[in-house]
Design a protein around this ligand. Sequence first.
Ligand SMILES: [Zn+2]
Ligand SMILES: [Zn+2]
Ligand SMILES: [Zn+2]
Length: 502
Amino acid sequence: MLRYGCFKIGTTCSSCGQSLPINGPYRRLSCTACFENMDVSPDIVAGFLNDFEEEYEGLTEGQGRGGTLMSGSGTFKYSYWRLEPCCSSCRTPFSVPEVLGTSKIRCGECSAEYYVFPVPDWLRKLVPSARFCCTPQPQTGDTDDKGVEIDEDSTKPIVMSCPQCAGALSVSARSDRIMECAYCNSEVYIPDAVWQRLHPVRKTEEWFVGFEGKNKIQLQKERRLIDQEEEKKELQKWHRKKTPEKIERKLKSILTVLGIFIALSIMVSVLITLTGNEKQDVSELYSRYAPFFIIPVAVGIPLWLAFKGIFSSQTGKGRECKQALARLAGKHNWKHEGAEYRSSMGYIRVKYRRRDIEIDPDNDYAIEVDASDSPFYIKTEPPGYPHDGVQRFTTGDSRFDSLFPIRYANPELAERIEKSVDEARIVLAPVYWFLDRWQQKLGRFKIGWCDAAVHLAPGHGKMTGSSNKYLLAEDLEPLLEDMIVLAAGIEAIASGREPDLP
Ligand SMILES: [Zn+2]
Ligand SMILES: [Zn+2]
Ligand SMILES: [Zn+2]
């Protein structure tokens, strides 16, 4: 069953400010006032179509919505309605040909012309349910984005004479603004009058899109359910693998307590033996001396546990980390905030190399750098909350997959990653580069939609809740620099550029 939407979209020329209609799924508009071309991001038109699809069920025939969208590429006025194709001047409905080729239809009442053509591939990718368009204005003069071929008779060429040699020049809608005279080879600038005749000022008009099948949101939801199932299974395995580590940690602390207890018992026994009261009952002796070792154990261990965290920034590796942080702050003239607190490493929150960075070794992630519009969402630890619009991928590289039980990317990249291990290495090149340098020490790692963050082991235990976090002093600076390279690499991949990795 086809669903129809009627769209009316317009913007203004970015060069001269004249209103500029978008009467079809077009990415390049040419201004009829200043003749400049203006590129419109594919997301704009696709966004309106997807919004319409999302609202379709809630709309009755003829009902719609409109508004203004302000975006980086301009301001767009839009309206859309749930409406079967009809002539916008006389409202006569027309039947769209069944065959999805390119065709021209004429209104039976007023003979207004409409062009019907399948939606271009770029739009189909962004709006998977869009099938074809029906618009009174076909795309002209755009080589890579031909919506439809225009009949020659609809753009009759105009003949003018060359201002240089008076030779006859035939100018058509496809001609460039400056054309070469075939007789004298001089460059002729086509006068406004001729140009405007060939490129008549267009008004914003209604055009139609036919939709069929599941829309983007439905497809995303379906995919997300499958992804979640897969992730659940994988996380169960992941938890089983991590369990021995947890038990080991618990066992260690129990053994420590036991060890202290036994040592104290032996000490007390030795003391008793040395004092030489052999005749006395052993149990009596224990009841007399027990407080001397039970009280220290009962009071000492909780105290030790409580203060372990507090003193971590003042002893050993923690102290070295705090000092290294202070040196780094001094070197760049950064503020080492919170350093006055004895229990804290302090933190640095600044803009460095045009990026927001945060160094906070006490945190779950010691270093965080921002990365705009990251196409990845990957984490070494659950839980993961991937945003809409990303889908789960599996690289086939077991090292990578077991390191990141949570791994998502935007659909385009996710599909590329799953194509082959080699392709995955290209798409994930910045992450691989980072792993090659730090995987041995990697404690925690994540790439969110707006940042990348890391903590290293042994400075950060692999499990949640472990206290005294720090970074090895010697790791602090190189790790920060590498995180910045990583963030830049992620952004390069996001925008289709080659990442610049040292
Ligand atoms: Zn203009
Ligand atoms: Zn009509
Ligand atoms: Zn000439």
